[in-house]
Design a protein around this ligand. Sequence first.
Ligand code: DGT
Ligand code: MG
Ligand code: MG
Ligand code: MG
Ligand code: MG
Length: 258
Amino acid sequence: MAGTKYAYVKKFELADVLLPGTFMVLRLDGHGFHRFSQDHDFAKPNDERALQLMDRAASDVMAEFKDIVLAFGESDEYSFLFKKSSTLYNRRHAKILTTVTSLFTSSYVMHWSEYFPSTRLSSLPSFDGRIIIYPSTREVRDYFSWRQADTHINNLYNTTFWALVQQGGQTTAQAHETLRGTVSKTKHEILFSQFGVNYNDVAERYRKGSVLVREPLTMEDEEDERKKQKPKLYSTITMHHCDIIEDRFWTARPHLLE
Ligand code: DGT
Ligand code: MG
Ligand code: MG
Ligand code: MG
Ligand code: MG
């Protein structure tokens, strides 16, 4: 085809390569999930099934794209960290972003009925996506701290808000008013004194989000896998609901930021 008189149009496709030797972080976010969550009766403040379905789609993405070493999910969003040396699709921005985003979406749809057996998928879920490149480990650490701090702030607010409404009998307008301008400590106190809830006992999944880690298999594990005739599996994906702001998580896994 290269020789036809039409082939020049290909030259209009400009390169969109992401800077080599930098960390690529890809974040997806559900489009219009305020409405989508209402249409599908998501539990408030947190719907365990919906969060598990997000985790499932994210782990399918990680199974397909081995250069993704870490993922963090909360609410209707997921962030994926690619290893710094990744040359996936020659680091073409649009190719990476669209392939990952559509794979995530198709997995979300394909597995919907496993997680929502009695709720028909009645509208079309879609996700927006972006890739941010970060020059050093400092920004990568701060990026994930930013997302997990967001999880905490939103969950504390939402947990207190829905306690006021569901158990405290307030209207949503009243609950907004009750919480206007309050600091974290006040929300903890409201939960404890009015509803007997110690916030620290709320499920870690809700307080900390989901962390998917690609763990390299040890030689011994590899040998076991070979015996099971899966010679190509050199890593495994594990899920955690743990702190990723402090150093501990990262120092235990130096391979993530190599
Ligand atoms: P966007 O992202 O600009 O298209 O708009 P939205 O509506 O997706 O807004 P966003 O992403 O800022 O907020 C996520 C929405 O999804 C928020 O309205 C709450 C809803 N949502 C996410 N997870 C849950 C859940 O577990 N339970 C309930 N009830 N709602 C959830
Ligand atoms: Mg948004
Ligand atoms: Mg959204
Ligand atoms: Mg969101
Ligand atoms: Mg093609």
